[in-house]
Write a new protein. Structure first.
Lengths: 398, 225
């Protein structure tokens, strides 16, 4: 059985059949994805699911990874921050090292293919070594709408030599003289983070985390980062707590390499310490089943971000049939159709108001959760992502 | 009557929308107006039609992106309502629809002292559709076969044979009604299918209504009055 077959009962009706038909037009074509890590991060998570699916529909799909020295990754980390608007100083020697590492990788990687998809800035300069045949596409996962100008100018000289770019949201993009496509990221409904759990599995995980189900759970899963506004979440919870007996779970990844993250975590712990109904859970990066169990146990899921990338934790919760209240920012706004698949809010008070509204109207919660799940089924599952790539190859390969 | 076999089967074709960004946006209603006057027709198509392809399950609060943006992002519900009532069904082509949209917005702005704009919310980002079509490999020769297959196909099939057929392929009745009329010789059923206004409901609702019409017809013994 092909890997895609496993999605037949999950994906929208008839869509697996249609994906197979679209794939017929690009049978045997070679597609190479290139990024800089196979472990950790949203890009690797998506490619881990997407590449085997591309293979399962008859494409020669490969996933290559560039390697580099410490200086290279310091440079690309600085790129990452500068492209998202933070002031960074990148001396010419570091830029030179970036180019040399890309050239060195180009010598070792086999980049001859019908389609080469280069993910993010790290391998962007590989375009200098493109072979004469094949379409090259730069897939940018980050928001480059307000970059530090010098860094963008440096990167732009490579980007304009691609045949096309892909961004996750229109507002993340820059003006470029090449076609720019919009492809949303996606979640894999069969991964540990999203697959169905048996009641025993779920109970076992919650027991280990010491989370009880005796009161409705408000949940936010996110790094302890000011942009995720965990303190705002606690304030909203307190406004609701006067009228509803509920508990708040703030679950997030480690903050060991982020000094500010540690400060935020400490502030959150301080704010929560006098309330036994607030649980702060510091989870390791591979706690996929734990996040899955918490999302399934929650009554309402929050993603009260002040600034966000795409925010796929929203789609994860929606897929589990949960009503989500999210900050009006980034990709949250395209996932939450206001009042239908969730609520977007702009303040602590707005968050509290919508929590009240949902708890007071359980039928709204049920309906919103159902609509949210269907919305994700059609828009944010890996099968839709596969379709977008097949459509792109059909279009670019004409 | 129900077993009438068409000489030419109905070939079910699906489609996938690849979304291309034009790199142009509007932060106020004047900029929206100017851009609508200038963008390619494929962009107008994207914002007034393929909206449904993106919301196969849920019909949005307004039936096109311009109305939704005015009402929700700019918080100008008056313009949202004026654009929301617009039915692309009433226009023979996209160029005449563009003229009507421009007239509506220009008329609205002429009555205002201040141009409404987004403050905290999202600018309008102009996009265009690249529709990739592919046969599903499914076909029907009779009405019961047609009904059965239509009930199972991907929702993009409904989109392709309704919206793409009407506006891009120049078949005002849509493919379903045309085939039922011409190949099955059932003009009354074809007429009923062609009267479904697809712009006000979701693709799943269109599917449901066509299936109901087929069921009614088959339940009545498949007799053409």
């Amino acid at each position: 059985m092909s890997r895609l077959e496993a999605y037949r009962e999950i994906a929208p009706q008839g869509s697996v059949e249609f994906l197979l038909r679209m794939a017929e037009k690009v049978q045997g074509k070679k597609i190479i994805h290139v990024n800089s890590t196979k472990l950790g991060g949203g890009v690797a998570e998506i490619l881990r699911s997407l590449v085997p699916l591309l293979q399962s529909v008859g494409l020669d799909a490969q996933w290559e990874m560039i390697t580099g020295n410490e200086e290279f990754f310091s440079t690309t980390k600085a790129f990452h921050n500068a492209l998202q608007g933070q002031e960074q100083k990148i001396p010419p020697a570091m830029l030179q090292n970036y180019l040399e590492v890309n050239r060195e990788n180009a010598k070792h990687l086999s980049l001859g293919a019908d389609f080469v998809i280069i993910h993010d800035p790290q391998p962007a300069a590989l375009i200098e070594s493109r072979p004469p045949k094949g379409k090259w596409i730069w897939r940018c996962h980050i928001d480059v709408s307000q970059p530090q100008r010098k860094v963008w100018d440096f990167l732009r000289q490579f980007v304009v030599n691609y045949d096309a770019t892909i961004f996750s949201l229109p507002r993340f993009a820059q003006r470029l003289p090449i076609p720019q496509f919009l492809i949303y990221p996606s979640i894999d409904p069969l991964s540990d983070k999203n697959r169905d759990l048996t009641p025993e599995e779920q109970q076992g995980i919650l027991r280990r985390l010491k989370v009880s189900l005796d009161k409705p759970i408000l949940l936010q899963v996110s790094r302890f980062d000011r942009f995720k506004d965990p303190l705002g979440v606690i304030q909203a919870y307190r406004l609701v707590k006067k009228h509803h007996d509920l508990q708040l779970v703030l679950a997030g990844g480690g903050a060991t390499d982020d000094p500010e993250g540690e400060i935020v975590l400490e502030e959150v712990r301080q704010a929560a310490q006098d309330d036994p109904d607030i649980r702060v859970l510091l989870l390791p990066p591979d706690a996929h089943l734990e996040i899955n169990a918490l999302q399934r146990a929650a009554a309402i899921v929050l993603q009260k971000s002040l600034r966000e990338g795409f925010g796929l934790t929203v789609a994860e919760a929606m897929w589990k049939g949960k009503p989500v209240i999210g900050g009006f920012t980034g990709g949250i706004t395209v996932q939450l159709v206001y009042g239908v698949t969730g609520f977007t809010v702009n303040s602590v008070e707005g968050t509290a108001f919508r929590i009240h509204h949902l708890l007071d109207n359980p039928e709204v919660m049920t309906k919103m959760g159902q609509d949210a799940r269907e919305f994700v089924r059609r828009n944010f599952l890996i099968t839709r992502h596969l379709g977008d790539y097949l459509a792109l190859m059909n279009y670019m390969g004409r | 009557m129900t077993t009438r076999r068409a000489a030419n089967p109905f070939i079910f074709v699906g489609c996938w929308e690849l979304r291309e960004m034009l790199g142009r946006s509007a932060r106020d209603e004047r900029q929206l107006l100017e851009a609508i006057e200038e963008v390619p027709l494929d962009s107008l198509y994207y914002h007034t039609h393929s909206f449904l392809l993106r919301h196969k399950y849920i019909a949005g609060p307004y039936p096109n992106d311009f109305a939704t943006w005015a009402a929700i992002q700019v918080r100008d519900r008056v313009l949202g309502e004026k654009l929301g009532i617009l039915s692309p069904y009433d226009f023979g082509n996209l160029e005449s629809m563009r003229a009507e949209i421009v007239t509506i917005i220009a008329d609205h702005l002429s009555r205002l002292q201040i141009i409404p704009r987004v403050i905290y919310e999202e600018p309008f980002h102009f996009m265009q559709s690249r529709i990739i079509s592919a046969p599903t490999g499914l076909q029907a020769h009779t009405l019961p076969e047609f009904r059965e297959v239509l009930g199972t196909v991907d929702a993009s099939v409904i989109y392709y044979h309704t919206f793409e057929a009407i506006l891009r392929l120049g078949k005002p009745k849509g493919d379903f009604a045309l085939w039922v009329e011409e190949q099955l010789g059932l003009p009354e059923l074809g007429e009923k299918i062609s009267k479904i206004d697809p712009y006000r409901i979701s693709l799943e609702s269109i599917r449901g209504r066509i299936l109901n019409l087929c069921d009614q017809f088959l339940g009545e013994g498949g007799q053409q009055k």
